[in-house]
Design a binder for this molecule. Structure first.
Ligand code: FES
Length: 573
């Protein structure tokens, strides 16, 4: 039964024939609207993370106009609301610190204002989970409009990939193999349109998972930002949001354990960013769905990596779109998905992807010819990570997946930065680089430091990968044999804090183990000597963050926001 106009949430503000109703209506006339434009009409918030300091979202100001066209066309009333734009490039010390702030921004804006539903606009890494976490918590009808990937990079006719080629060419520059002129040309060519990073980084991963989980219209996540289809998709999101309000189609209606398992399966099939582990756990908890990280490993073991996209593969997101995009990929793993999961268009995932063609089997591999047959990302346990650690095996070196070597320990990022390239650093290709104090509290915000640089003296010997371990995250565009998200983190006294130079470390990915090979008595002795560090931030939002953030395996959410609870409508006096 669709809602009646009087049942709309916004009607509580605009409908009553009283002093407050007068006030709310008269103020909406300031911009020149008429009573009938907004009263008894679904008021759709266009929650826009546009900002000039977030170049990935530079086009969203314009796209908001297309969303509004769709809302008007469907008989709704659009209101654009700016939200905190977390620029992955510029937000320091770590953009991850601000994901929860954006989620709070979304939740509280929608709660406090006369909003019936929302179109959420974002895409640059943390903006997608931030927007979705807020929408899940407030649980009003909401649809996600992904910002879309930027065009392929270009350098002298060769494609360049965001992040991935930065790491690669920076390593070569450090090794003395890139000229000044070439370096300048790479800088000009690596990001040449609005849109998010066009490798399978966190942005492309999280927008794909938003689609897999049911939060977008079919195909929305793969459209490049400058493509005209992107404008049409914006309009369709506006139209659909209006109908979702009448139908009361809320996140709690379509998000289930099965839809999260779909997102994990897609994460594996696209060779997605390890950051997805943290974000999906946080989103699931907000939806009151139990999603331990062991589920990721279970699903990883049965899902092949089919997307041949950098950093795991060869191509870029523009190629992925031309090859058929996410719908084609999901059609290829249909038997591994819960196809009856409902999505924002009211249809099932299976209906949305049925018969989606693949136009290029090199970009979206067949099941017979996968990139990796299974296990693209693994969850590790052991005495170095009793609550878990993560490794993206599809972006690691096969020969290092089983490796024992002596630790070279850096007590924090600055220590690493100061010593990693010194000639007197005692390091060999067999060493295991260990970075401490880079976790949720230690970083703080788990900065993407997990791909520790290869020491210069080894680079000059031709070494390009080593085992690296930290409680940090790693950019989705990065690669290498890097164990990440070690939990509990070293800042709070996890065993990672107790590792010392020379300790033998054993990585055994086939058996999902990560251990420090010293006896328990020695570990206990070191633990007794360990001194808890002083908090880095003592005021404002960062102090709140330090007090209330959870560990990586718990999603790094705030403990007071983890569960969705019924909330009272604000009183209108
Ligand atoms: Fe925005 Fe990579 S910097 S998505």
């Amino acid at each position: 039964m669709p809602k009646s106009p009087e049942e709309l949430r916004s009607y509580r503000w605009f409908g009553p024939d009283n002093m407050r109703g007068f006030s709310h209506r008269s103020r909406m006339k300031q911009p020149g609207f008429r009573t009938e434009d907004f009263t008894g009409k679904p008021v759709i918030a266009i929650i826009n993370t546009w900002s000039e300091i977030n170049p990935c979202h530079y086009h969203l100001r314009e796209r908001a106009e297309a969303v509004k066209r769709g809302v008007w066309k469907a008989g709704g009333f659009p209101v654009e609301i700016p939200a905190f734009s977390i620029s992955e490039t510029y937000a320091k010390p770590s953009p991850m610190l601000y994901r929860n702030l954006l989620a709070m921004d979304v939740e509280e804006a929608m709660r406090s204002l006369p909003i019936d539903g929302a179109v959420l606009m974002g895409g640059c890494d943390k903006t997608t989970p931030g927007l979705l976490m807020g929408a899940i918590s407030i649980d009003l009808p909401s649809i996600f409009f992904p910002a879309g990937p930027m065009l392929r990079g270009n350098w002298g006719g060769k494609p360049l990939g965001s992040g991935t080629d930065l790491w690669k060419f920076w390593t070569e520059r450090c090794a003395g193999n890139i000229t000044e002129e070439d370096w300048g040309n790479i800088e000009n060519g690596i990001a040449r349109s609005p849109g998010f990073c066009m490798t399978m980084g966190t942005a492309a991963t999280m927008t794909a998972l938003a689609e897999a989980i049911g939060f977008t219209l079919p195909g929305a996540s793969s459209i490049p930002a400058p493509d005209s289809n992107h404008v049409r998709m914006a309009m369709e999101c506006g139209e659909r949001a209006v109908q979702m309000v009448w139908d009361d189609l809320k996140p709690s209606t379509f998000l289930t354990r099965q839809s999260f398992e779909n997102a994990i399966a897609v994460d594996m099939a696209i060779g997605g960013s390890t950051n997805a582990f943290i974000h999906l756990v946080a989103m699931a908890r907000r939806a009151n769905i139990d999603l331990p990280i062991t589920v990721f490993d279970e699903i990883s073991r049965r899902v092949p990596v089919l997307a041949d996209i950098r950093p795991s593969g060869r191509f870029l997101m523009e190629d992925f779109f031309y090859a058929g995009g996410l719908r084609a990929l999901m059609a290829r793993i249909e038997d591994l998905l819960h196809t009856d999961a409902i999505t924002v268009n009211g249809k099932s995932l299976g209906e949305n992807n049925a018969g989606a063609p693949t136009y290029n089997d090199e970009v979206i591999r067949t099941r017979e010819n996968p990139m990796v047959s299974s296990g693209g990302t693994a969850v590790l346990y052991g005495n170095l990570c009793p609550d878990g650690g993560v490794i993206k095996t599809s972006a690691a070196s096969e020969n290092l997946l089983t490796h024992t070597g002596p630790a070279v320990v850096f007590k924090d990022y600055n220590d690493m930065d100061a010593r990693i390239n010194r000639d007197d650093l005692e390091v060999t290709p067999d060493s295991v680089l260990v970075l401490q104090n880079a976790g949720p509290l230690g970083g703080p915000g788990m900065p993407e430091w997990g791909m520790l640089p290869i020491p210069k003296k080894l680079l000059s010997l031709g070494v390009r990968d080593m085992v690296r371990i930290s409680d940090a995250r790693m950019s989705g565009t990065a690669y290498g044999t890097c164990v990440l998200h070690v939990s509990p983190e070293s800042w709070i006294g996890g065993n990672l804090a107790l590792v010392r130079d020379g300790d033998p470390i054993c990585l055994d990915v086939p058996n999902r183990r990560l251990d420090i090979l010293i006896d328990d008595e020695e570990l206990a002795r070191r633990r007794a000597e360990w001194v808890k560090p002083e908090p880095k931030y003592t005021r404002g939002y960062l102090a709140l963050y330090a007090e209330r953030v959870t560990q990586a395996h718990e999603g790094c959410d705030f403990d007071f926001l983890e569960k969705r609870v019924p909330w009272p409508e604000p009183e209108i006096h």
